[in-house]
Ligand binder design. Structure first.
Ligand code: NAD
Ligand code: ADE
Length: 424
């Protein structure tokens, strides 16, 4: 799988393109903010001539983002930001119907994954788009000859923003990056409601278990973790939260969840869902304590939230018992079920977030790129947030698309809210 593909793309099967086109069209119906931006971009061409290499989950929603960039005049190529998140039919349609070189195959191995990133970088981008910072990391380590031409980038997810901030702090980051995740209209909705629903969706598609009455343990009470906890509780799960941050642990407790340590939770859980962005939340010392039949699902960016090497070495054998469900038979006869190889369960075993929520994330991406174009000269090699005016505009457009009207403040209210003179 490690051959270096040409710039036309590398997809599983181009004959899947028509099925992919239907999925892209379906998603587009629920992405009115992005499609409005696409119409304006087609008229104004704000990205004209920009060469973009994007490394994102190759889904129907991402396809609509790529169409928007192309409408804006960008010359964009796409590779996947995870070996298991690609929708092969969508990838085929991007190549066949939209002429967007796409390098992504669902289930590809590590060599293929990195050869696809290398192929996207062969495009010699001026701008990068990343979800998790693998492309930017490759650019700064293996492809430094390309760095002088890169003027900026965007980053979609929490883990990517953390990695890029670490690069900037170490003086390694060579161009400015817009942290799309920092937009309120991104993480409050995508991370919370998007992952809240789609992680449960992935678990259900993989296992068809009943959540009601089950002991569900959620690792991390950040934006993703709280979304998952609330959806699992809403379906009747008995939810326990594991946190390392005292404030977030307190929030979880006062939101009504049981809060305990990872080790104590290991003994009671029936479904474990990790969403910390950290490694080894459950590992070698925990697997022996887990009950027979437990389900292990990861919703965090990388596949290291469960210590998979320990699971492999402790297990007597393993086999795939359903698509995206691997059974590990332990020496004492217990069976532990790992979903989607420990990769993002919502994108591996399901279709990722619904389009309605990706509409806001990708509106921020598109408007962020437009903003970047007019500000590149002013920015340092740091991670920037999405400007507040863009964030608010995305919220306004989303409300409008949902037919929701809100009150503006009256003049008197505005003056009052900005004053200090009036009191009791
Ligand atoms: P966040 O920073 O808001 O929350 C992470 C939480 O995990 C924090 O509260 C932190 O204190 C806690 N934590 C860290 N280490 C821990 C440990 N060892 N045990 C218990 N808790 C621990 O981040 P977020 O926005 O919720 O994102 C979490 C992860 O999900 C990231 O990797 C992010 O990139 C990823 N993500 C995935 C999807 C998806 O589609 N599956 C979508 C958005 C974000
Ligand atoms: N991340 C989570 N869900 C996604 C989706 N549907 N498309 C692209 N990236 C995603």
């Amino acid at each position: 799988m490690a051959t270096r593909p040409t710039l036309k793309g590398d997809v599983r099967d181009i004959s899947l393109a028509d099925a992919g086109a239907l999925k892209i069209e379906w998603a587009d119906r629920q992405m009115p903010v992005l499609s409005g931006i696409r119409e304006r971009f087609a008229a104004e061409r704000p990205l004209a001539g920009w060469k973009i290499s994007a490394c994102l989950h190759v889904t129907a929603e991402t396809a609509n983002l790529m169409r928007t960039l192309a409408a804006g005049g960008a010359d964009a190529v796409l590779c996947s930001s995870n070996p298991l998140s690609t929708q092969d039919d969508v990838a085929a349609s991007l190549v066949e119907h939209h002429g967007i070189p796409t390098f992504a195959i669902k289930g590809e191995d590590r060599d293929s994954y990195y050869s696809h990133i290398a192929a996207a970088l062969d495009h010699a981008p001026q701008v990068t788009m990343d979800d998790g910072a693998d492309l930017v990391s490759e650019l700064h380590t293996s492809r430094t000859e390309l760095l002088p031409d890169v003027v900026g980038g965007t980053e979609e997810t929490t883990t990517g923003v953390i990695r890029l901030r670490a690069m900037a702090a170490a003086g390694k980051l060579r161009f400015p990056v817009l942290g799309v995740n920092e937009a309120l209209t991104k993480h409050l909705f995508d991370n919370r409601y998007g992952t809240g629903q789609s992680a449960i969706d992935g678990i259900l598609r993989a296992t068809n278990v009943l959540i009601a009455g089950k002991q569900v343990v959620v690792g991390g009470y950040g934006w993703v973790g709280r979304g998952i906890a609330s959806r699992a509780a809403g379906m009747g799960g008995i939810v326990t939260v594991v946190e390392v941050d005292p404030i977030r642990a307190l929030e979880a407790a006062m939101d009504g969840y049981r809060v305990t340590t990872a080790s104590a939770a290991a003994e009671v859980g029936e479904i474990f869902i990790a969403a910390t962005g950290n490694l080894n939340v459950w590992g070698a010392a925990d697997f022996p304590k887990m009950r027979d039949g437990v389900i292990l699902a990861n919703a965090g960016h990388f596949n290291d939230e469960f210590e998979l090497s320990a699971l492999e070495s402790q297990a007597a054998s393993s086999r795939e018992v359903r698509p995206f469900t691997r059974e590990y038979l332990m020496a004492d006869g217990r069976r532990l079920f790992l979903l989607a190889d420990g990769r993002l369960v919502n994108l591996g075993a399901a279709e990722g977030h619904p389009a309605l929520v990706m509409d806001m994330s990708f509106a921020n991406q598109a408007l962020g790129l437009e903003w970047l174009r007019s500000h590149v000269g002013d920015l340092k090699p740091e991670v920037y947030g999405i400007p507040d005016e863009i964030d608010r505009e995305v919220a306004r457009l989303k409300l409008e698309s949902m037919g929701i009207e809100i009150d503006p403040m009256t003049k008197a209210q505005k003056a009052y809210s900005e004053s200090w003179e009036s009191g009791t």
